[in-house]
Unconditional design. Structure first.
Length: 221
């Protein structure tokens, strides 16, 4: 799960990113509203954790922009304001949840899990199972099958396979794959992505995942 954290407080932002990373979330952290809005227009995120009191562009304006552009990403608001009218306005503007500072990391994680369950239930209702050839992936149950036999994948292998299936017949760039798996600003071994691709080919006994040299990878339809 890739999360965009928008928080200008250095200490709090670093603590949230470090804590969520330990829970196996991929977290990209930006510190002002303009950077957040730019990221939301160019990258895919599964969740936004949004502070309201931001420099350059307020969290309230970002939230309104997200909903005006019909970006369906769930948003958890972070704020120091506990007044009922502030909460109501946040929900009216399109927030999915609201958490007041200071807060406990475990509480934030519980809120994230709750949103993920709701999102998963919605996707399950619309049947989002993906199948290419004899490979089937179900995002709602996070299960993968090869010729009807279940295949166990690590979290990053599952995310990478899902991206390949979603882009089957098209090239998935190395940059897009790396950012989705690890986020920004991390010192990643240059061979990390190749290792995940190798593992997918081996576990799925799949020869249809091809390397496009200098560009990325593609799963043939």
């Amino acid at each position: 799960m890739r999360i965009l954290l928008v928080e200008d407080d250095e200490l709090l932002g670093d603590g949230i990113r470090s804590g969520l990373t330990q829970y196996q979330y991929t977290v990209d952290w930006v510190k002002n509203g303009l950077a957040a809005w730019s990221a939301l227009q160019t990258e895919h995120f599964d969740l936004v954790i949004l502070d309201l009191g931001l420099p350059k562009l307020s969290g309230e304006e970002i939230l309104k922009n997200i909903r005006a552009k019909n970006i369906s990403v769930p948003v958890i608001i972070l704020t120091a304001h506990d007044a009922m009218h502030s909460r109501i306005k946040g929900f009216d503007d399109g927030a999915d949840d609201y958490i007041v500072k200071p807060f406990n990391l475990e509480e934030l994680c519980a809120r994230i899990r709750a949103i993920r369950r709701r999102t998963t239930a919605h996707k399950h209702h619309h049947n989002t199972t993906m199948t290419v050839g004899d490979i089937t992936l179900d995002p709602t149950t996070r299960l993968v099958f090869k010729s009807g036999q279940m295949v166990e994948l690590s979290r990053r292998e599952f995310v990478l396979l899902q991206m390949l299936l979603e882009n089957s017949g098209k090239v998935l760039s190395r940059e897009q794959a790396t950012q989705s798996l690890y986020g920004w600003g991390y010192d990643i071994d240059s061979n990390a992505l190749e290792v995940h691709i190798h593992n997918l080919r081996k576990k799925l006994k799949c020869k249809n995942i091809t390397t496009i040299r200098g560009v990325g990878y593609m799963l043939a339809k």
